[in-house]
Design a protein around this ligand. Structure first.
Ligand SMILES: [Mg+2]
Length: 231
């Protein structure tokens, strides 16, 4: 859905599936973390199944606990197979090593930053993981702040991270866009009072398309859709 919205002066981005390519990053990263922390193949297979990782096809399954569950719940799922702290550390390390940008992410982020648009990240991943991934990708300096589930502002779909990010960027939240690929992004943006952008590079979810202020199929479309004139 496209509605009229106020002029946008700052942008909050989701990380995974929006600026960071989800499967290109996490499919190999989880595989590597499983190998690192599990003592034997039985444990590795057990942990893979518990967190929703297809060990044969080396793929994080859609709606897997690895993606959908809170860090606390994930720890409980990991516990029978490996030390949760060691697994989390291995995942963060591997996620940084394997970090891959979504097509068009570099060009967009560089153009927005060069155009003087303040940018921030709001992710349900940890602040450390986000910071390390964007450092690895060479984009970290373009962001005013990185907000994760552990930054003290709650998790999406709650509005806390979006509100905190707007504040850090010095822009009223109503003049800030929240851009993301999932329901939690759209709903955190709506709850915060931001202009919500649903990024749907694949199949468009009708309900999210309807709920969001703007829907884009490609990151390259974002500036024009938000009325930002950057080159
Ligand atoms: Mg996402």
């Amino acid at each position: 859905m496209t509605t009229t919205h106020p002029a946008i002066r700052a942008i909050v981005f989701d990380k995974d599936g929006t600026l960071v390519s989800f499967h290109r990053t996490w499919d190999p990263a989880v595989d590597s973390a499983l190998r690192e922390v599990c003592e034997d193949d039985t444990m590795r297979r057990g942990l893979a199944e518990a967190i929703g990782y297809d060990i044969t096809n080396r793929r994080v399954l859609d709606d897997s606990p690895f993606v959908a569950e809170s860090a606390e719940t994930l720890d409980l799922l990991v516990e029978p197979f490996a030390d949760p702290r060691a697994f989390e550390a291995a995942v963060v390390r591997a996620g940084s090593l394997h970090a891959a940008a979504e097509p068009g992410a570099y060009v967009l982020v560089e153009a927005l930053a060069a155009g003087g648009v303040p940018l921030a990240i709001a992710t349900n991943d940890s602040e450390l993981s986000a910071t390390q991934q964007f450092t690895e990708l060479g984009m970290v300096d373009h962001f005013v702040g990185m907000f994760g589930y552990d930054s003290g502002f709650g998790s999406k779909p709650e509005p806390g991270m979006v509100v905190a990010a707007a504040e850090a960027m010095g822009v009223p939240v109503g003049e800030t866009a929240m851009v993301g690929d999932s329901s939690t992004d759209v709903h955190s943006g709506l709850a915060a009072g931001a202009v919500t952008v649903y990024f749907a590079p694949g199949k468009v979810d009708g309900e999210l398309d309807e709920a969001a202020d703007v829907t884009i199929k490609s990151l390259a479309d974002l500036p024009a859709k938000l009325g930002l004139s950057i080159s």
